[in-house]
Ligand binder design. Structure first.
Ligand code: NAD
Length: 285
C-alpha cells in the first residue's frame, strides 16, 4: 500500500517555524501584514480566504481585506492595488484570480509592487523563478508541492520528474523548482500524446491539469511518488486528477485530495509574507 502524504503535518511544521520567525520580527518592531484582494463571492475564493485568515492569525500576521464587487471597474481595482503598494504595514498581497472578464488581469498583476508579490504573479517574480535567481516569490501552490516532497524526505536530485500542466500558476513554476533541485523534468500538457507512457517513467509525478481521473493505473510505477494538485468539483464531491484508488496499490506514495497539496498552500502563503517582511527589515538595517 502506498504511503499517504497528508498536507496537514506539512502545514503544521511550517506554521510552527513561522510563529518563531514572526516573534523574532516582533522583536524588531515589525508586524508582518498580508492584504487580500477579492472580487465577488466565488465559493472557493471565500473558503481559501477564510483558511488564509485563520492561518495568518495563528502565525501572527495582520490581515487587511479589500473586497470589491464582481462588476468592479479596472480603475477601482488598480486603486486598491496602489493602496496595497503604499501601505507600509502590508508586506504581501494575495489577489484572487482569474479576475472577472471585464478586467485586464495582466495590467492588474503588473501594478502590484514586486516586493509584495507573495504569490508570484508579477513579471519580476516569474523571471526569478525561470532564471533561478531566487528573487521574488514562487506561486504558493507550486512551492507547496516541493514542501511536501521535502517534509516526507523524498529525494529530488537526479530523479525523473513529470509535471502534467503548463500553467504559469502551477505546472511551469513547479517544473522550474524541480529543475533547480537537479531533477530531470518533463512537462506534459493537453497536446501531449501517449501521456501514460511518459508518466510511467517518472519517479516524481505532479498532476496539475484540472481533469478528474486523468492519471490512472497506466500512469504509475511502484517506486513513484505522486503529487495530485488538481481540485475538481464533481457530482461525487471534490477530487483530484489522480484516481486515488488505482494509485494506492500501485505507487510508493500519493497525496490525497482533499487534504494534500491544498492543505499546505496557506502555510506557504504565510511563509512568503514572513520572508517579505524579513527582506524589508534587512533592507532597512
Ligand atoms: P489551467 O487550466 O490553467 O491549466 C491546466 C493545464 O493542464 C494546462 O496547461 C493544460 O495544457 C493541461 N491539461 C489539460 N488537460 C490535459 C490533458 N488531458 N492531458 C494533459 N494535460 C492537460 O489550470 P491551473 O490553474 O494550472 O490548475 C490546475 C489544477 O490545479 C486545477 O484543478 C485547479 O483547481 C487546481 N489548483 C489546486 C490548488 C491547490 O491548492 N491544490 C491551487 C490552485 C489550483
Amino acid at each position: 500500500m502506498a504511503e499517504i502524504l497528508y498536507g496537514r503535518p506539512v502545514a503544521e511544521a511550517i506554521t510552527a517555524e513561522l510563529t518563531e520567525r514572526a516573534a523574532a520580527l516582533a522583536g524588531s518592531c515589525v508586524e508582518p501584514g498580508l492584504a487580500i484582494i477579492r472580487l465577488g463571492e466565488n465559493n472557493s475564493d471565500v473558503a481559501y480566504e477564510q483558511a488564509a485568515l485563520k492561518r495568518c492569525a495563528r502565525v501572527g500576521i495582520k490581515t487587511r481585506l479589500f473586497h470589491l464587487g464582481a462588476d468592479a471597474a479596472q480603475s477601482e481595482l488598480l486603486r486598491a492595488i496602489e493602496e496595497v503598494n503604499c501601505d507600509e504595514a502590508i508586506h504581501g498581497c494575495l489577489m484572487f484570480r482569474p479576475l472577472p472578464g471585464q478586467l485586464d488581469e495582466r495590467a492588474a498583476c503588473e501594478t502590484l509592487s514586486p516586493d509584495k508579490d507573495v504569490d508570484g504573479i508579477t513579471g519580476p517574480s516569474m523571471e526569478g523563478v525561470f532564471s533561478g535567481t531566487g528573487h521574488g516569490f514562487v506561486p504558493c501552490t507550486a512551492r507547496s508541492c516541493l514542501e511536501i516532497l521535502d517534509y516526507y524526505g523524498i529525494p529530488i536530485q537526479g530523479k525523473r520528474a513529470v509535471v502534467i500542466g503548463r500553467s504559469l500558476v502551477i505546472g511551469r513554476p513547479a517544473a522550474m523548482l524541480l529543475l533547480a533541485r537537479d531533477a530531470t523534468v518533463t512537462i506534459c500538457h493537453s497536446r501531449t500524446p501517449a501521456l501514460p507512457n511518459i508518466c510511467r517513467e517518472a519517479d516524481i509525478l505532479i498532476a496539475a491539469a484540472g481533469r478528474p481521473g486523468l492519471v490512472g493505473a497506466g500512469c504509475f510505477n511502484p517506486g513513484q511518488v505522486v503529487i495530485d494538485v488538481g481540485i475538481n468539483t464533481t457530482p461525487g464531491g471534490i477530487c483530484g486528477d489522480v484516481c486515488f484508488e488505482e494509485a494506492e496499490n500501485r505507487v510508493r506514495a500519493v497525496t490525497p485530495v482533499p487534504g494534500g497539496v491544498g492543505a499546505v498552500t496557506t502555510a506557504v502563503l504565510c511563509k512568503h509574507v514572513i520572508e517579505a517582511a524579513e527582506r524589508r527589515l534587512k533592507q532597512r538595517n
